[in-house]
Design a protein. Structure first.
Ligand code: 13P
Length: 249
């Protein structure tokens, strides 16, 4: 069975609640498609108005992060139950910006992935190498390690429903998109790694996105690759271009 594409926007730390609703109203008619899942991952404070503004549309709302405990004395954090109660379906986990600026590690990523599944949230699990790692030729080793730790104790049934976002750090926000060959090579390696951990059926089911300077111009070729099942889009998800990316065909 062909995998359904999933195209998600990651708004990062942009858009006040008022701006969020205005942007959704602008993008709503542009992102209509029957061929892909469309997700807007928004800042926590935008979640409730965004869920409201997308009711009755094909847009699902995702969070950009969550904590791995149920509740308690964790000032400033958002729990998985808070997300599901608000109508969130997806949650980005382990974005490279969270790893770099907020001390997230493969181990915390794994805890969050397990907790997301426990609550019926679909994790969008991020991985990616730095420019130095790419130049050292250790990209695939590095990504395999990130994936193996992220999926520790995750069942095959859960893994089949996960989304992985391959985002080379050097391509994020730089306008320097990976070549289709580079993106496909790593996404294929990720799928092979999932087959090793689980089995071929799980590897065939899991969806793998490419992220890093995806634009309306680069999306069609990237998303046509055998192992690329859509994109995680930063900057271009805040503009009308996102409509063209979603309707890339
Ligand atoms: P850009 O599309 O702005 O490069 O961001 C990619 C990204 O980090 C999505 O999570």
């Amino acid at each position: 069975m062909a995998r359904r594409k999933i195209i998600a926007g990651n708004w990062k730390m942009n858009m006040t609640p008022t701006q969020a609703v205005a942007l959704i109203e602008k993008l709503k008619p542009l992102v209509v498609t029957e061929d892909a899942d469309v997700v807007f991952c928004v800042p926590a404070i935008d979640i409730i108005p965004a869920v409201e503004a997308t009711k009755g549309t094909n847009i699902e709302i995702g969070a950009e992060n969550m904590y791995f405990e149920e509740s308690g004395a964790y000032t400033g954090e958002i729990s998985p139950a808070m997300l599901t109660d608000a109508g969130v379906k997806y949650v980005i986990i382990g974005h490279s910006e969270r790893r770099e600026y907020f001390a997230e590690t493969d181990e915390t990523v794994n805890k969050k992935v397990l907790k997301a599944f426990e609550h019926g949230l679909t994790p969008i699990i991020c991985c990616g190498e730095s420019l130095t790692q790419r130049e050292q030729g250790i990209t695939i080793d590095w990504i395999r390690q990130q994936i193996k730790i992220a999926f520790l104790n995750v069942t095959a049934e859960q893994a089949a429903k996960a989304v992985i976002a391959y985002e080379p750090i050097w391509a994020i926000g730089t306008g320097k998109v990976a070549t289709t060959e580079q993106a496909q090579e790593v996404c294929a390696a990720i799928r092979a790694c999932i087959a090793e951990i689980y089995d071929d059926a799980t590897a065939a089911a899991i969806r793998i996105q490419y992220g890093g300077s995806v634009s309306a111009a680069s999306a069609p070729e990237l998303f046509a690759q055998a192992d690329i099942d859509g994109g995680l889009v930063g900057g271009a998800s805040l503009k009308e271009d996102f409509g063209a990316i979603v309707n890339y065909k």
